[in-house]
Design a protein around this ligand. Structure first.
Ligand code: NAD
Length: 435
């Protein structure tokens, strides 16, 4: 299949920055969970201090010549949160709402996510404050190349390996890889993941996050003694993660009763034909007007009477304002940070089994790791082999986290943080402090 190099026309639409205050400040949300896990682990004070600080934060000014001849200067960030376990790994997002606080939180999340699935990476994130949909392809290319030049001192297959994130894609990764390679004087495919297949990308990468969601949801249902066939599912977000998770869950026999995107949701108690809805989105741009179901709002979708809810769009959609209305038995967090830290307690009280983001959506970074391994080895695997290895890692990670949760009588989120923090802190202890 030829690589689709277009930037998505549909995208994450994030409400204004005020949403990130207090309950919804992403760095605070991450840190409150980190603190709880650190306390339960009785983390050494020195390690605790180290892990509360990002290793490196770089802010760069990015002058870009626009097509009309005018120069605009954009601001970009790259944060390497922790690299004790290996090269930093994390996406680059282009979005008007990018802030350094958010990039720091996402870089920390990546650190814990890589450690939960036990792949040899640390965590990073990058972002540029811009509106890519208002820029031409040539302007985006100049922005990407100049941003790459600005963060060149951090990048490298052994030090920092970016990937796509909100509003960046395979094409943007190709520009990053090319810019880095030109500066090095030779082709370095392993400097980014999420690349086009034709230039060292991995088969199965595009489906990996949704596939990982499906795998851990099946494990959760089995653990809870619930059937897989006929289990009802609502999915918020019908992009890469949501549409693929819905499709693969349907193929496993689950009934997808609702899907939604930024235009709202569609509900059909008899089940939505996911490939048919995906074909509608392909030709119409969004789910709006999809005829085979009833239109519902995004708020209604989240509180439907279903067995499984998959928030796979954006952060902070489950808050103290709506958590008590959620009726799902299982939540599989396809998105990063869909639940605020304050809402965790409400979900716990209701007995909802939450598969936390750092576990649920780790399929993407796991196959990114496979891509990096394949690039470095110069030997490429079949899609079946990628999927088989992904399944092994997701299942093993789910059960590692579940076991710890049972041992400590905590929810899966706290257990996932405990597992990852203990893995990162063990390496810090073994390595000691360089002085
Ligand atoms: P995407 O851009 O492909 O799709 C986003 C979907 O969310 C679209 O259907 C869009 O219409 C919908 N959406 C946007 N704003 C919305 C709103 N206000 N309410 C409801 N729906 C809305 O993005 P994606 O790659 O699927 O990523 C989704 C989430 O998963 C993000 O939080 C991302 O960070 C996370 N994630 C993605 C990957 C990956 O590999 N793609 C990996 C890990 C985590």
């Amino acid at each position: 299949m030829a690589t689709d190099l277009r930037l998505p026309t549909d995208r994450i639409v994030r409400p204004d920055k005020d949403r990130f205050l207090n309950e919804e400040n992403p760095f605070e949300a991450m840190m409150s969970r980190f603190d709880r896990a650190a306390e339960l682990l009785d983390l050494e004070p020195g390690i605790y201090k180290i892990l509360r600080h990002p290793e490196k934060q770089l802010t760069v000014s990015i002058p870009v010549m626009h097509d009309n001849g005018e120069v605009e200067v954009y601001t970009g960030y790259r944060v390497l949160y922790n690299t004790s376990r290996g090269p930093a790994k994390g996406g680059i997002r282009f979005d008007m709402n990018v802030t350094l606080e958010e990039v720091k939180a996402l870089a920390a999340w990546m650190t814990w996510k890589c450690a939960v699935v036990n792949i040899p990476f640390g965590g990073a994130k990058g972002g540029v404050i811009c509106d890519p949909l208002k820029m031409s392809v040539a302007e985006l290319e100049r922005l990407t190349r100049r941003y790459t030049a600005g963060i060149m001192s951090l990048l490298g297959p052994d030090s920092d390996v970016p990937a796509p994130d909100v509003n960046t894609n395979e094409r943007v990764m190709a520009w990053v890889m090319d810019t880095y390679s030109m500066r090095m004087g030779h082709t370095v495919t392993a400097v980014v993941t999420g690349k086009p297949i034709e230039m060292g990308g991995s088969l199965g990468r595009r489906e990996a996050t949704g596939r990982g969601c499906m795998i851990v949801t099946k494990e959760a249902l089995t653990h809870l003694g619930m059937p897989i066939k006929g289990t009802t599912v609502a999915v918020q977000g019908f992009g890469n993660v949501g549409s693929i998770a819905a499709d693969l869950m349907q193929k496993e026999g689950m009934t997808i009763v609702a899907v939604g995107d930024r235009t709202g949701g569609v509900h059909n108690t008899n089940g939505i034909d996911v490939p048919d809805a995906a074909a509608w989105v392909k030709s119409h741009g969004t789910l709006e007007g999809y005829p085979r179901g009833d239109a519902i709002s995004n708020d209604e979708l989240l509180t439907l009477d279903v067995e499984v809810l998959v928030p796979a769009a954006l952060e902070n959609v489950i808050t103290t304002k709506n958590a008590d209305k959620i009726r799902a038995r299982v939540i599989c967090e396809g998105a990063n940070g869909p639940t605020t830290a304050a809402a965790d307690a409400v979900l716990d009280e209701k007995g909802i089994f939450v598969i936390p983001d750092i576990l649920a959506n780790a399929g993407g970074v796991t196959v990114s790791y496979f891509e990096w391994v394949q690039d470095r080895g110069g030997y490429f695997w079949s899609e079946a082999s990628v999927n088989e290895r992904l399944t092994d890692i997701m299942k093993r990670s789910f059960h590692d986290v579940l076991k710890l949760a049972q041992q400590h009588k905590v929810n899966l989120r706290t257990a996932a943080y405990m597992l990852s923090i203990s893995r990162v802190s063990t390496v810090h202890k073994l390595r000691g402090i360089y002085a």
